[in-house]
Design a protein around this ligand. Structure first.
Ligand SMILES: *Cc1c(COP(=O)(O)O)cnc(C)c1O
Length: 387
């Protein structure tokens, strides 16, 4: 019996090695990995450049404390702000911590400007913001919150895509609207550009803040450094995590200078957040993602993947109901049980992960090539033919 508390339903397989888009199991079987640690291994497994970066830094310095100035952290923050709407960054260790920090920044901003009654945040059905208490009740997924009451107050939820309900939900107590630019866990649902632009305007008209959770869809996943760039909008606060560490736990909260005013010394902290080891790896990930042509390639391969998946949908309309997503954040909504499909996919030596709404999520590393997509399509085709 395992001594791990059973909070996960785990597949009975373990891996001993990873290289690029492939994982090798302890039984010696090779799998095409389109999970990427759930959009975490952005550069695939054991990317030589990241291996070199972690080796180098691990021989110099791992951890000090945020009571000291950390040059690697200054550098990563500068690069994230230079390449986005943001003026400042808070470093943490996970996505949930990044969304929690975002909530704190929003509330503290209104406190600071003398409107402490503005402390509620509007969220959307199907959202996922992490498993800490506030993030849990912000997303309000009934399966996730069950038994964890009393509910954390301060969140008002509206249906995904219901513009009228959203407008009605705004009150004099609303501080912010928080949503994922692309819902990941909820079923790979993209918020279209024609919604994001009016959403920004709605926030401006009502003097409230826009928080875009890019923990999953940020850091190149959609073919832009941040998914909101597609709509040409500037949010106020953006939590990121998954892809920025390439497999090392890093989270961050990006904010503009307007909302930053409340966050004075002592208002937030993290023992581990932004330590030299983590920051060196984050910088190495950016070295590659920000290289000229890298994101264009993500777009190109992502479009190719979409085209091929849509062909498959035509051929196997009995299995695939819809192809969703953008860039290399893809999903297929199925007409058959997604768990069953994933079991078959696994038997055929490909790894993917489920999402809400009976979707199978396909999250290859951003270094994936067309030949790997062809291999994925071959396996998905075989899997479809089994139903
Ligand atoms: C994964 C995820 C989180 C939570 O990240 P953790 O690192 O698991 O805490 C938050 N928001 C979104 C959109 C995510 O996909």
């Amino acid at each position: 019996m395992s001594s791990i508390l059973g909070t996960y339903k785990r597949r009975d397989v373990s891996f001993s090695e990873g290289k690029g888009v492939y994982l090798t199991s302890t039984a010696g079987e090779k799998y095409l990995d389109f999970v990427s640690g759930i959009a975490v291994n952005s550069l695939g497994h054991c990317h030589p450049y990241l291996v070199e970066a972690i080796k180098k830094q691990s021989e110099k310095l791992w951890h000090v404390s945020n009571v000291f100035t950390i040059p690697e952290q200054e550098r990563l923050a500068k690069r994230l702000t230079d390449n986005s709407f943001a003026d400042f960054v808070i470093f943490v260790n996970s996505g949930a911590e990044a969304t929690e920090a975002s909530i704190k920044v929003a509330r503290k901003y209104f406190f600071e400007i003398g409107q402490p009654e503005r402390n509620r945040i509007i969220t959307f059905e199907g959202a996922f913001h992490g498993r800490t208490l506030a993030a849990l009740f912000a997303a309000n997924n009934k399966e996730h919150t069950l038994g964890f009451g009393p509910r954390v107050d301060g969140f008002d939820q509206v249906p995904f895509g219901d513009h009228e309900a959203l407008k009605k939900a705004i009150t004099k107590n609303t501080a912010a609207i928080m949503l994922e630019t692309v819902q990941g866990e909820g079923g790979v649902r993209v918020v279209p550009d024609y919604c994001l632009k009016p959403l920004r305007k709605l926030c401006d008209d009502n003097g409230i803040l826009l928080i875009l959770d890019e923990v999953q869809c940020g850091i190149g996943r959609t073919g832009k450094l941040f998914a909101f760039e597609w709509a040409n909008v500037d949010p106020d606060i953006v939590p990121i995590a998954k892809g920025i560490g390439g497999g090392f736990p890093i989270g961050a909260c990006l904010v503009n200078k307007k909302v930053a005013i409340g966050m004075k010394p002592g208002t937030h902290g993290s023992t581990f957040g932004g330590n030299p080891l983590a920051m060196s790896i984050g910088n190495a990930v950016l070295d590659i993602i920000l290289k000229k042509g890298f994101l264009e390639n993500v777009q190109e391969v992502g479009n190719y993947f979409e085209k091929e998946l849509k062909e498959l949908q035509k051929k196997y309309s009995n299995v695939i109901e819809q192809v969703r997503g953008i860039g290399l954040l893809r999903g297929i909504k199925l007409k058959i049980d997604n768990n069953k499909f994933l079991d078959h996919l696994f038997q055929n030596k490909m790894l993917a992960v489920k999402a809400g709404d009976n979707v199978v999520r396909l999250l290859p590393p951003l270094i994936v090539e067309k030949k790997d997509i062809d291999e994925a399509i071959r396996i998905i085709t075989k899997t479809c033919s089994e139903f």
